[in-house]
Design a protein around this ligand. Structure first.
Ligand SMILES: *[C@@H]1O[C@H](CO)[C@@H](O)[C@H](O)[C@H]1NC(C)=O
Ligand SMILES: *[C@@H]1O[C@H](CO)[C@@H](O)[C@H](O)[C@H]1NC(C)=O
Ligand SMILES: [Cu+2]
Length: 303
């Protein structure tokens, strides 16, 4: 019997040490907003950054040991930022990952949580109180059931589109501030829950949603969120799985996609280029104002 460990060795152990990832930037209708590179935690905060910081200087993941921890919301020790990217309900957001290894197959998920009870949108929101609604489960996650293992997965679509994933912001979504939680789950070690198990790479992005295009009357989008600590169960068959065995099916972990979410199907996933910088906003009560980063002597850019 060939153990999955020997196949993993054949794929190259070096990749486990080095090549994980983060979101380098997002692109909304050709406008770029910087991501957060956890390998440069001491570096300047980009004035254009709408992506939460997190503490994974190894560019790594969180696993089942964080399923009940606040880290589950937005990665290790994640912190929000004051700026929000502006997006119209019904538009797409392209998340550009700083590469993704072929041997890290798995699902690509997106969730939305409204920021309520604050005066500054998502800037000071309590991440443990965010209620997440799934808007994309990257179906079909396993594209080649009954094919040779480890098969073709949603991550192959992402890699094939220059490491980007298009996320549809539901056209019937109520305007206002939201955190977008985009997550890849890498399954290459998921058969071995005592070692690392499924590896979760969640990244959070502050967005401010504008009403849909004038003259359009979309069906209202209802949020049915759960806190991050209720997203995944340790023994779910989609999280404890040997992707090096032939698979006839894949059971998608986590909540089901909300009705009317209309995720971008694989056939319409595409890489997209940017041609300018986005203009993030700050939320002040019920209005937004341009976000202007203040330069500070010690840290570079700060809010
Ligand atoms: C994954 O879980 C194991 C077992 O709890 C733990 O020892 C390990 O540090 C975790 N690794 C990561 C990267 O979270
Ligand atoms: C992929 O994205 C990177 C980063 O934006 C860009 O520099 C590169 O030109 C893109 N490659 C292709 C083939 O589009
Ligand atoms: Cu990795």
């Amino acid at each position: 019997m060939i153990s999955s460990t020997s196949i993993l060795s054949a794929l190259g152990l070096a990749s486990f040490a080095a090549a994980h990832s983060h979101i380098a930037y997002i692109n909304i209708n050709g406008l770029k907003y910087e991501g957060y590179d956890p390998r440069s935690i001491a570096g300047p905060i980009s004035p254009n950054r709408v992506v939460w910081s997190h503490n994974a200087p190894d560019d790594g993941w969180i696993n089942f040991s964080d399923y009940l921890s606040p880290n589950m919301a937005c990665h290790r020790d994640a912190k929000s930022v004051p700026a929000h990217a502006v997006v119209r309900a019904g538009d797409n957001i392209a998340a550009y990952w700083a590469g993704w290894p072929l041997n890290h197959p798995g699902p690509v998920f997106s969730y939305l949580a409204p920021c309520t009870g604050t005066n500054d949108g998502c800037a000071s929101v309590d991440k443990t109180k965010l209620q997440w609604t799934k808007i994309d489960d990257s179906a079909p996650v396993l594209i080649s059931p009954d094919g040779p293992s480890p098969g073709t997965w949603a991550t192959n679509i992402l890699i094939g589109n220059n490491n980007t994933w298009q996320i549809h912001i539901p056209s019937g979504l109520k305007p206002g501030p939201y955190v977008l939680r985009h997550e890849i789950i890498a399954l290459h070690y998921a058969s071995n829950p005592t070692e690392s198990g499924a590896q979760h790479y969640p990244i959070c992005i502050n967005i401010y949603v504008l009403p849909p295009a004038p003259g359009t009357f979309p069906l209202p989008f209802s949020l049915k969120g759960v806190p991050a600590t209720k997203l995944y169960e340790r023994n779910h068959p989609g999280l404890v799985i040997d992707v090096y065995q032939p698979l006839s099916t894949y059971q998608v972990p986590g909540p089901t996609v909300a009705p009317n979410a209309q995720p971008v199907p694989h056939a319409r996933q595409t890489s997209s280029a940017y041609n300018g910088d986005g203009k993030p906003v700050k939320v002040e009560g019920t209005r937004t104002v341009p976000f202007v980063a203040k330069r500070t002597a010690a840290v570079g850019f700060a809010a």
